[in-house]
Design a protein around this ligand. Structure first.
Ligand code: 13P
Length: 258
């Protein structure tokens, strides 16, 4: 983290977990144990049907609610899809874009890019995901792959806008596997992402961009990961489903740093 230049973000990604009723129970528990500090931004990205419950429950808190996906079109015949203005109207502040689980379902880099534009135009903060497979890592092409994903995802984004988004580095081999990237591995790629952002948008913008890590981040390894200079937070799956674990990760973001 480097709080002097950029925001720290601890964001949960619930994926396809929890009903609206379970959301209410979770957030009631979370509110009673939420740390008072103001060090980091906190977001919970929840299933669409849980958004209204979550927004209502967290209205008076500093936990922002986000969606896990959006459609790039403004409106129209897209059965089952949700437009960015609907998310805004429902009270969302964030939206995860280009998660590897959605890319696995067929989401392309061009769609990711269109969604980033739509989200930013609507005033949402996109959490743009990238990450390599184990095969790509073992073939030594992690940096090339990540460079390509970032360049395509941020295509056409202007310099004044890039600071308003967050990038999540999520190595696919670390997601839901219990295998976390080591702090050095995660730092190496997050640093590389910052270099790519620097080349595209200049050093001031790169320094101000929030880059988080995701992939089996939990209450035990968060402190060490967040101590890395280029890891500005976390995108947390499994551990964000348990209030006590999520809070411990928020507390890890409160550690003294530069
Ligand atoms: P886990 O924390 O469950 O590995 O999930 C990470 C993730 O995919 C967050 O978007």
């Amino acid at each position: 983290m480097n709080r002097k230049y950029r925001k720290t973000l601890i964001a949960g990604n619930w994926k396809m977990n929890k009903t609206p009723s379970e959301t209410k129970v979770f957030l009631t528990a979370l509110k009673t144990i939420l740390p008072k500090g103001r060090w980091c931004d906190i977001a919970l990205c929840v299933p669409s049907v849980c958004i209204p419950t979550a927004v209502r429950a967290m209205r008076e808190t500093r936990v922002a609610i986000g969606a896990e996906n959006c459609n790039a079109n403004a409106s129209g015949a897209y059965t089952g899809e949700i437009a960015t203005n609907m998310l805004v109207d429902a009270g969302c502040k964030y939206v995860i874009i280009g998660h590897s689980e959605r890319r696995e379902m067929g989401e392309t880099d061009a769609e990711v890019n269109a969604k980033v534009h739509a989200a930013m135009d609507a005033g949402l903060t996109p959490i743009v995901c990238c990450g390599e497979t184990l095969e790509q890592r073992e073939s030594g092409i992690t940096e090339e792959w990540i460079t390509m994903q970032i360049k395509l995802a941020l295509r056409g984004i202007t310099e004044d806008k890039v600071r308003k988004l967050a990038i999540a580095y999520e190595p696919i081999w670390a997601i839901g596997t219990g295998v976390t990237a080591s702090p050095e591995q995660a730092e190496e790629v997050c640093q590389h992402i910052r270099t790519v952002v620097r080349k595209l948008f200049g050093s001031k913008n790169a320094r101000a961009t929030t880059i988080v890590y995701g992939g089996s981040m939990n209450e035990k390894n968060a402190f060490e990961l967040l101590a890395q200079p280029d890891i500005d937070g976390g995108l947390i799956g499994g551990a964000s489903l348990v209030p006590e674990k999520f809070v411990k990760i928020i507390e890890a973001a409160n550690q003294p740093t530069v």
